[in-house]
Every structure is written in C-alpha cells, then in structure tokens.
Design a protein around this ligand. Structure first.
Ligand SMILES: *Cc1c(COP(=O)(O)O)cnc(C)c1O
Length: 390
C-alpha cells in the first residue's frame, strides 16, 4: 500500500531537534559518550513541593475527568496573581488568561486561529522554529524579520515593506531570545506596538525565559503599559523556569479577543491540561518558590562562564548573554554551522545545534545549551578546551 500524506506536510522540514536526538542516539549506540548541549531542557529537578502537589492531586477524583477547556480558574487566577507580582500587569483570570498544554501547543494553534492563505506571519530569524512551521501548515506565508548582531538582535520594523506589513496578521517576538540570548531593548515593545497598531497586527510575545536572567537582569513583559484595545498576547510557560518541561503547562495571557479566538480553536482540538498538573502549576507560582528559580539562574550563570572560557580556548569567542540558558556563538569566517557541529561531535563528542536550524539568518553561528548536569558541562569544557581548535 502507498500512504498519501497531506500536501501541507511537504511544506515543512523535519523538526530540527528530533534530527539531533536521533544523531545523538546513534552515536551512543555506537558506544560514544556524547554530551548533549543541543537541546534546551533543564536538567535540574522540578522543585519538590511542585512534585508533591502533583502526586497529591493525581488521587483526586475530580481530576480524573475532562478538565475545563480554558484551564481551571484556580490555575488561571494563580497566573494572574503571578503576573501582578512579577510584572505589574493586571489580568482578568476569566477572560485574559488561557491555560495551555505547554506553550508550544498555544504558539502552534495561534497561527491556525489567526492566519491562513494570503496572510503574512512575521517571524524572528533566527528564532524558535514553531512560529514559521505552523504558519506554513496553516497556509499562511511566514516572512522573516532578520535579527542581526549589529542591532543587538532587535527587529527593524522600518525594514518591513508596507506591502508585507499590510498582509501581516501576526507578529512573533521572543525576549529573552532563543537562540541568541538577547534581551529586549528599552524601546522594543513600544516600537512593536506602534507597528502593530498601524497595520492591525496581533503582537504575540513568547516569554519562555522571563525568569532566567543573570546579574540582576529582570526581563519585562510585553503587556506592560497595554491599552484596552491592544491586540497583545504573551505566552508564559512554566517549562523552563520551574524545570517542568515534562509537565506540559503554560498560559496565554492578554487580549481577551485574541484568547477567545485561540480558545475556540483549542476547544475543537484538545481539552485543558491535566487538572493535577494545573494544581502543580498553582504551587509553582506561589511566591516562596521564587528563590528556587533565582537559584537555578545562578547555576546557569556559572555554567555560562565555564563554557565561554572553554570555547575561547578553542578559538570561539561569544558574548556572555544576560538571560536564557543558551550561548550563541559566532564562527570564524569560512566555517559553516554544519561543519562546526560536525567538528565538535567528531573531536569532542559534544553535540550542539547549528544556527540555521533557527532560520537562514542563523548561518555562521552555533547554539550551545547549558542544560546538562554540572559534571557533564565540566567534562564538555575539558574536551572542548583540549581537543578542539577553530
Ligand atoms: C522551550 C520553548 C518553548 C516551548 O515551551 P513549552 O511550554 O515547553 O512548550 C517556546 N518558546 C521558546 C522560545 C522556547 O525556547
């Protein structure tokens, strides 16, 4: 029999991290002790009080039935309280907070809710691949907004042609930024809001790394100072700050109109996150766990400096990021990102991701993730410093 796949599937590449995973698996099967600094997935344990709350809640009969589509009011209220405390942003938990099964789910579905054939979705390049691939699947046209080192990886809205801007329905931003580690400049969100108001574009900000900042850096929310008719939404995920990637829990917050469109799409697609997982999320967002999140940031900061030193010894010089657990490392002229990845795997058995996995403007860079245990990071540093020369 011949299986036919939908035409839309041919529009997108394989998920780059799934490829990387397979490559690491193959090497490990061949007996090579590969250190994976490719994927961004915290190695630190989920805080114990969060796990305790999950296991208590898992026994409750009410959570064994379908959860509310929009997330429980308890979880949504906890997100609203957290936003008020952490970002000074007031949210109505009933209309301005929507529970998600991880932010990747919500990010994917937002394109389906807002964009289709003839529409443009503006995506940062380099950037998280899901913005682009889901726009393609939804039949819309993703258009890159280049993020260049010389502009501090900030978008230049003046460079978007008015023809493209008029067709745009959705603009993605993500600060602190995966993969570059860049943080939002002081005028970035004001410029984005003004662009979006001019062209009636929904501003979607992916705040996956809001809590992972170093040396006192505190990331802002794109919702700060919003006006009642703004079409701004933000994706807040518990995955990275609370080391909860396996739980699949996040929220979309902001414009009630945008969340209603996303919620309608979702109610026809999935149900809310598992109720016990939402209870664990309520626990995570209580103020007493802030100190654990800050402790995790200190762990990443120490690793950041270790790896930067080792890379320097190998002839690669990168700026220390102020946020995220990624290093965005420029390569010497003439070395492609693919070749650099191959060399690190071959010479040091260290896996990293090629910059072009995040878009064409990622060429000439590699991304190194700091989410391996300290002992593995230290071993990777030894191998890089002693075996690799660029
Ligand atoms: C990790 C990541 C996500 C996905 O997070 P989940 O909530 O676990 O789905 C979204 N955006 C960016 C930029 C990320 O790095």
């Amino acid at each position: 029999m011949v299986m036919q796949t939908a035409e839309r599937l041919s529009r997108i590449p394989a998920y780059p991290f799934a490829d990387l995973d397979r490559r690491v698996q193959r090497l490990r099967q061949a007996g090579i002790d590969v250190i994976n600094l490719g994927i961004g997935d915290p190695d630190l344990p989920t805080p114990a009080p969060v796990v305790d709350r999950l296991s208590e809640a898992a026994r409750r009969r009410e959570f064994q039935q379908y959860p509310d589509y929009a997330g429980s009011l308890r979880f949504r209220s906890a997100v609203a309280r957290y936003y008020a405390r952490r970002y000074g942003v007031r949210l109505d938990p009933e209309r301005e907070v929507l529970g998600l099964i991880g932010s990747k789910e919500g990010i994917a579905h937002l394109s389906w809710a807002l964009a289709g054939p003839g529409d443009v979705v503006l995506v940062p390049d380099p950037g998280y691949p899901v913005y682009r691939t889901q726009a393609l699947l939804a039949g819309a046209e993703p258009v890159s907004i280049p993020l260049r080192r010389e502009r501090g990886f900030q978008p230049d809205f003046g460079a978007v042609s008015s023809e493209v801007a008029r067709r745009a329905t959705l603009l993605w931003l993500n600060y602190p930024h995966n993969p570059t580690g860049a943080v939002a400049g002081p005028c970035l969100f004001a410029e984005a809001v003004s662009f979006c108001r001019t062209y009636d574009v929904v501003l979607a900000h992916d705040l996956a790394y809001g809590e992972i900042g170093f040396d006192g850096y505190r990331a802002p929310s794109a919702l700060a100072g919003r006006r009642s008719d703004d079409l701004r939404v933000e994706f807040f995920s518990l995955s990275k700050p609370y080391a909860m990637t396996g739980f699949r829990l996040a929220a979309a917050v902001g414009s009630a109109d945008v969340l209603e469109a996303l919620g309608t799409l979702k109610a026809n697609t999935d149900s809310g996150p598992f109720g016990a997982v939402q209870e664990a999320g309520v626990r995570a967002l209580e103020q007493d766990l802030d100190a654990m999140v800050e402790g995790a940031a200190r762990v990443y900061r120490r690793r950041r400096d270790l790896v930067l030193d080792a890379l320097r010894t190998a002839g690669l010089c990168a700026e220390p990021p102020r946020a995220t657990f990624y290093l965005w490392v420029p390569l010497p002229d003439g070395v492609s990102d693919g070749a650099a990845v191959d060399r690190l795997v071959a010479d040091a058995a260290v896996a990293v991701t090629p910059g072009t996995a995040y878009g064409a403007f990622g060429a000439g860079c590699i991304r190194v993730s700091l989410t391996a245990p300290d002992t593995r990071i230290e071993e990777a540093c030894r191998r890089i410093a002693t075996r690799v020369r660029f």
